[in-house]
Design a protein around this ligand. Structure first.
Ligand code: DX5
Ligand code: ZN
Length: 221
């Protein structure tokens, strides 16, 4: 499943570009929310989710790269978010917030940064619908995929198989035609792609198709 990250899109044509990814077979839209504290960059808020909601049939997935995610959960759900991904690093005990997200009829995701040991997910995996393995340090689009990522993806896949096999395993950062194969063959099944979709010379529609084909190819081997 491909989740185009709109951070890399031309915002003056956002609706049209999202529809092109939908036509190309995208599975969901990835919305990167940054607060200038947890990450050194600012991006978008619930108003963008609200604007996209009537435009596309695709689920809207919100990646909260913020210090205080609990403050914003309700407003994103109200705006039309279908799933909310929060970061392990800012939550001393993620359980109450994960439960709250699910209570709001929203899917709950938990993200870990490249520096966070994958084992932290073990006691939490039963409470989430999606684990997000960051394959770059969050904050900016267009960064290079980190070489240690495939091994981390495989570790998370093993935890998921043991403790919650229906949990999705998503990767985010530097995912393109060169790196998506290693993500898929190590067990990821949802692929966030910003630059490789919206920056593709073939356009977002074709890019989603090419990434999907490449991921499928890698899982056949
Ligand atoms: C990074 C964001 C990513 C980013 C991915 O902080 O969480 O979702 O937009 O962009 P690319 O695919 O360009 O690395
Ligand atoms: Zn993201």
């Amino acid at each position: 499943m491909i989740a185009p990250s709109i951070l890399a899109a031309d915002f003056s044509r956002l609706g049209q570009l999202v529809l092109e990814t939908e036509a190309g077979g995208a599975n969901r839209v990835h919305v990167d929310v940054m607060d200038g504290h947890f990450v050194p960059n600012l991006s978008m808020g619930p108003v963008v989710v609200k604007g996209l909601r009537p435009i596309t049939r695709l689920p809207l997935e919100v990646h909260l790269m913020v210090m205080e995610p609990a403050k914003f959960v309700e407003s994103f759900v109200k705006a039309g978010a279908d799933s909310l991904i929060v970061h392990y690093e800012v939550l001393p005990d993620p359980k109450p917030l994960l439960r709250e997200i699910r209570k709001l009829n929203c899917k709950a995701g938990l993200a870990i940064n490249p520096g966070t040991p994958t084992e932290v997910l073990e006691p939490l995996i039963g409470l989430i619908d999606l684990a997000l393995c960051m394959t770059v340090w969050p904050g900016f689009g267009g960064q290079a995929f980190l070489a240690e990522s495939p091994a981390r993806i495989a570790e998370i896949r093993a935890l998921i198989e043991r403790f919650n096999p229906t949990c999705e395993l998503e990767v985010d950062g530097g995912v393109d035609l060169k790196t998506i194969g290693q993500c898929a063959s190590n067990g990821a099944n949802v692929f966030v792609a910003g630059t490789s979709v919206f920056g593709s010379p073939n356009g977002p529609r074709a890019a989603v198709g090419e990434l999907t084909a490449m991921a499928l190819e890698a899982t056949k081997k």
